[in-house]
Design a protein around this ligand. Structure first.
Ligand code: SF4
Ligand SMILES: [Zn+2]
Ligand SMILES: [Zn+2]
Length: 333
């Protein structure tokens, strides 16, 4: 990696009063200090859908917004970033360092309900490593960066390391379909995820090339298997990048805990995302691309460490409506 002090990176300064300063009451919409919100929930809070155990959980173990910066400090690094933060909105990351905000407990719930699986993982009894933080430091544009991540589950076999991450979702990825013209093989419709009504009696499919219409029975159908969301697949590759640097440590955990010996051969990585849908569980294998992960890491760091606020960019899997600093953002969608 190149170090160029002339175009050195600008480390965002964490404002003294940054962080979540209070809840925004579900009922009145007003700002309410965290302990008062908890006390209110414990009194039964008429009209409020939040229950005390959940408020209690947020109040007691909400991770500080600048957790990665604390981690960086303890390792004498200039700047800390986690895999999750890297994949989220860079504007959000920067704004959260500079501002304080209020949040509705229900918005918190919307973002964190997905972590419920982690409680179940604590009782995992297989021969794997559950939620062990991985850390790597490196120099970038004259600064020391601490990069960290916590894979949900890492297992090892003859094929190498296998990383699993769980995602709770109301909409697990589905198969998609493409249709091509029976005469010229031009694509008529591509990557539609729902076949209902396509090419039905009232909806003929037109070929843009032949200018003819066909029924669904007449066109060729290609089925594409469901794929993990791009951001989720990248997450696995970024975790593999970290695991690559921490292989020895992980190998010694496996040896101590489970008596598994890791081979001396260069490490191989593969992984999967397990989508936990409302009705079923869908495991999707993902391909690991360490070079793509390195490139993403560099691009994102460049965005995060520029002197001015990063521009808005389309972010897969992230929605401004969940962003706690949307009020401070001039490009909130
Ligand atoms: S409102 Fe949207 S664009 Fe702005 S910081 Fe939040 S997530 Fe990013
Ligand atoms: Zn997870
Ligand atoms: Zn055609």
């Amino acid at each position: 990696m190149t170090t160029n002090t002339k175009t050195g990176a600008a480390i965002p300064v964490v404002a003294r009063d940054a962080g979540m300063r209070a809840f925004e009451c579900e009922v009145t919409g007003e700002e309410i200090p965290l302990p008062e919100c908890l006390a209110c929930a414990q009194r039964g809070a008429p009209g409020c859908s939040m229950f005390p155990a959940f408020i209690h959980q947020i109040v007691t173990d909400s991770r500080p917004h600048d957790f990665s910066q604390h981690l960086a400090k303890t390792h004498s690094a200039d700047f800390g970033i986690s895999v999750t933060e890297l994949l989220y909105c860079p504007r959000k990351f920067r704004l959260k360092m500079a501002h304080s905000w209020t949040e509705k407990p229900s918005d918190f719930y919307a973002r964190f309900s997905g972590t419920a699986i982690h409680a179940a993982l604590e009782d995992y009894e297989g021969t794997g490593i559950v939620e062990e933080r991985l850390i790597a430091t490196f120099d970038y544009r004259g600064k020391t960066i601490l990069f960290s991540g916590k894979p949900d589950l890492v297992t090892y076999s003859d094929a190498g390391w296998f990383i699993t991450d769980y995602k709770r979702t109301g909409w697990p990825p589905r198969s998609s379909y493409s249709y091509t013209c029976p005469k010229c093989y031009e694509v008529i419709l591509s990557d539609v995820t729902d076949r209902r009504g396509i090419g039905g009696a009232n909806k003929p499919l037109y070929c843009p090339d032949c200018d003819e219409s066909f029924t669904r029975r007449q066109v060729h159908q290609i089925t594409h298997l469901p794929e993990a969301k791009l951001a989720h697949a990248m997450q696995i590759s970024l975790l593999a990048l970290l695991l690559n640097k921490n292989e020895e440590e992980y190998a010694s955990i496996l040896a101590e805990k489970h008596g598994i010996a890791v081979s001396d051969a260069p490490p191989a990585f593969s992984g999967q995302i397990i989508y936990l849908g409302p009705r079923d569980i869908l495991p999707i294998p993902v391909e690991i691309d360490l070079n793509a992960a390195r490139a993403l890491l560099r691009t994102r760091l460049d965005a995060l460490l520029r002197p001015e606020l990063p521009p808005k960019e389309p972010l897969e899997g992230w929605e401004c409506k969940y962003c706690p600093v949307a009020l401070q953002c001039d490009t909130a969608a």
